[in-house]
Write a protein that binds this ligand. Structure first.
Ligand code: HEM
Length: 409
């Protein structure tokens, strides 16, 4: 049986679909809800119920390669560089039980609601620091000046990392995300070197906490290690702060940029965000509409039927969160921004099942502090004339650059 193909071209790397990935996905939900995209060698699952099925069936649909958008094997030169680091380092987002359960068990012991709640004054302080650095009237790239340093500094504080290391970690984190993506060999080697440096950095951070116990999250992970059975190794533990650093950073950066862009289109969103009662629902609605993680990947461990389509063993699958979040069978008038909608809590912007986002409470805290502060401290916030630039990963949605202006027009 031939693979189901969509009548329109699914081309999430094209400038048009980077700007608007939603129309082609709406067409897919109507015509061919599970389809094969030959150019990407990828099966795309677009309906809400089918996406949930994929996320729940972690036995048939492994998280191996959950962040890997390219299907081609890595070039041998890149593999050789990666071999100098810790190729065996597990990343929680890409592993299956039983190792996933052991690592997730450890992180939930250390990354507790109490620890997250205790971060609130720090988040306020960092937001104020960043806004203090901006003039009363002006223009700036809000991604560079606010949306990326905020989550980075919050995570630096959480993990107990020196402020001076953060810019470098940000760069290495990008390398780690991009090492799987196709591109010129020299660029890929650069990403591989950054990945190795990042792995070594976090292994050293874990080793240091072994020698000198600390109150930060890495220290708490090391302290809770004896509760894992068998105890996790230093390299296994080090994958966690690395994952938290990258997963917890870029997603919040994207969410801030996407919210601002949406706000320019829906000015009434401003009132919601400035009202402490209504802001949490407005934030969830933005996450539903924009889905900073548009979708992530799974690998079929056997032939599996999803939404009536037979996906062959070994195939790569994209569980399309953004498409599920606009499924008209679940969300009434899905393209409208309506924070009061009844079905809001059903969105899957943070995933579902065993890999449900560990950082969701922290993300919500950061957005709830940052967005009203931005709107209050930067009055009359509006797009600036310089063009915005979308970010490079096709399974993410946000901005690499978002120039804004504020104050007197
Ligand atoms: C708006 C912000 C965020 C969004 C939209 C988001 C989205 C997601 C999604 C969709 C998943 C599920 C992955 C899958 O099923 O394969 C996930 C997992 C994860 N997220 Fe987030 N995330 C956000 C913020 C954060 C933050 C702030 C942190 C950490 C501080 C974080 C850490 C993680 C980790 C470690 C996982 C993997 C969990 C596991 O595999 O068990 N995320 N996130």
């Amino acid at each position: 049986m031939s693979a189901p193909i969509l009548s329109a071209r699914f081309d999430p790397l094209s400038p048009e679909q980077r700007e608007n990935p939603f129309d082609v996905l709406a067409l897919a939900r109507r015509e061919q809800p599970v389809f094969y995209a030959p150019e990407l060698d990828l099966w795309v699952v677009t309906r809400y119920d089918d996406v949930l099925e994929v996320l729940k069936d972690h036995r048939s649909l492994s998280s191996t390669g959950a962040l890997k958008s390219a299907s081609a094997p890595l070039p041998p030169e890149v593999v050789a560089v990666l071999a100098e680091g810790h190729p065996e380092m597990p990343y929680i987002i890409e592993i299956d039980p039983p190792l996933h359960d052991r690592i997730r068990g450890l992180v939930t012991k250390a990354f507790t609601p109490r620890r997250i709640g205790a971060l609130e004054p720090t988040v306020h302080r960092i937001v104020d620091e960043l806004l203090d650095d901006l003039p009363a009237d002006g223009e700036a790239d809000i991604v560079e000046n606010f949306a990326w340093p905020l989550p980075l500094r919050v995570l630096g504080h959480l993990l107990g990392l020196p402020r001076d290391d953060l810019a470098q970690l940000h760069e290495w984190g990008n390398d780690w995300m991009l090492v799987q993506q196709d591109g010129p060999l020299e660029q890929r080697l650069q990403h591989a070197r950054g990945t190795v440096a990042l792995q070594r950095y976090f292994v050293a951070a874990v080793e240091q906490r072994e020698q000198e116990p600390s109150d930060d999250l890495i220290g708490a992970l090391v302290a809770a290690r004896p509760e894992t059975d068998p105890p996790l190794t230093n390299v296994e533990i080090a994958g966690l702060p690395l994952d938290l650093m990258v997963a917890g950073h870029v997603t919040v950066t994207r969410a801030i940029g996407s919210t601002l862009r949406l706000l320019f289109a829906y000015p009434q969103l401003r009132d919601h965000l400035l009202d402490a009662e209504r802001a949490p629902r407005a934030i969830e609605e933005v996450l539903r509409l924009e889905s900073p993680a548009q979708g992530l990947f799974r690998t079929a461990t056997r032939d599996v039927v999803v939404g009536g389509a037979t996906i062959p063993s070994g195939a790569r699958i994209m569980a399309h969160f953004a498409s599920a979040n606009r499924d008209e069978g679940v969300f009434e008038e899905p393209v409208s921004c309506r924070p009061e909608r009844d079905e809001l809590a059903r969105h899957v912007a943070f995933g579902k099942g065993i890999h449900f986002c560990i950082g969701a409470p922290l993300a919500r805290l950061e957005l709830a502090v940052a967005l009203p502060a931005l709107l209050t401290r930067l009055p009359n916030l509006r797009p600036a004339s310089a063009p915005a630039v979308r970010e490079p990963l096709f399974f993410a949605r946000g901005f690499a650059t978002l120039p804004v202006a504020w104050g007197a027009a």
